[in-house]
Design a protein around this ligand. Structure first.
Ligand code: SF4
Ligand code: FES
Length: 245
């Protein structure tokens, strides 16, 4: 008799190991759960809520909920997709996401998840916040209008690059990303183009310079296959790095 531990995701048995979250086990089994602040290389953060699933009748974040035997997880019902669309619509109106003018268009995880959940409009009134663009660094620009406060750059710079270039300050609607440098500008920070923090942004907020629009429409990350097949920006980057080795 098999002693493998499993839970049910949309009726399928998903094996898991001790310490796995629902997200860990699902992604390992090839099952996509939408996510933005989650990256398997970092500890769960649980802030974006896009990974919301229904677990035995309760709405939970798949990236933080430990897997356990007997769980019945709904990842794809219309009710769950509607919840995710609401969360995405709020993310879109809280910032200034002008997809046609963004060089990350076609390779943006926020845009790809919105397509996946069949979000057709922002629904809510746009906040149109006044935010800046910092192009003071010779190799990297940051557009704060597109930041969704996922803290991936914060975690990557702190835990991998050991530089602490980024922090989040403020609370609630006042929360914002800041640069840790004497002037508060990227150009005076320790960030370099090869840093992990530059490659983890799931939206078009942190952008390497000199390579903008180099992918023609039709060849961009999510042009031909949906995010449920291609995976998140981080895993696509890793596959690209492995292919280049
Ligand atoms: Fe996340 Fe990008 Fe904002 Fe950093 S700049 S917090 S990676 S959205
Ligand atoms: Fe789970 Fe963001 S991916 S809360």
């Amino acid at each position: 008799m098999s002693t493998e531990k499993t839970f049910k995701l949309d009726g399928k048995s998903i094996p898991f190991q001790d310490g796995d979250t629902i997200m860990d086990a699902a992604l390992r089994a090839g099952e996509y759960i939408p996510h933005l602040c989650h990256n398997p290389e970092f500890a769960p953060h649980g802030s974006c809520r896009v990974c919301i699933v229904d677990v035995n009748g309760r709405h939970m974040s798949a990236c933080t909920l430990p897997a356990a035997e007997g769980l019945e997880v709904d990842n794809s019902s219309e009710r769950i997709m509607e919840q995710r669309r609401n969360i995405l619509q709020m993310l879109f109106v809280e910032g200034n996401h002008v997809c046609p003018g963004c060089e990350k268009s076609g390779a943006c995880q926020l845009q790809a998840v919105a397509y996946y959940t069949r979000m057709l409009s922002p629904h809510y009134t746009h906040f149109f916040p006044k935010r800046s663009v910092d192009a003071s660094h010779p190799d990297i620009a940051i557009d704060f209008n597109r930041c969704i406060l996922c803290e991936l750059c914060v975690r990557a710079s702190r835990d991998v690059d050991k530089k602490n270039v980024f922090s989040i300050t403020g609370r609630g609607l006042e929360s914002r990303l800041v640069i840790n440098s004497a002037s508060g500008k990227l150009g005076n920070s320790a960030l370099s183009a090869s840093d992990k923090a530059v490659s983890v942004c799931p939206v078009g907020a942190i952008l390497p310079k000199h390579v903008g629009y180099d992918q023609p429409i039709g060849d961009r990350l999510y042009d031909n296959k949906p995010i449920s097949v291609v995976g998140d920006v981080a895993s696509a980057n890793n596959q690209q790095e492995n292919a280049n080795d």
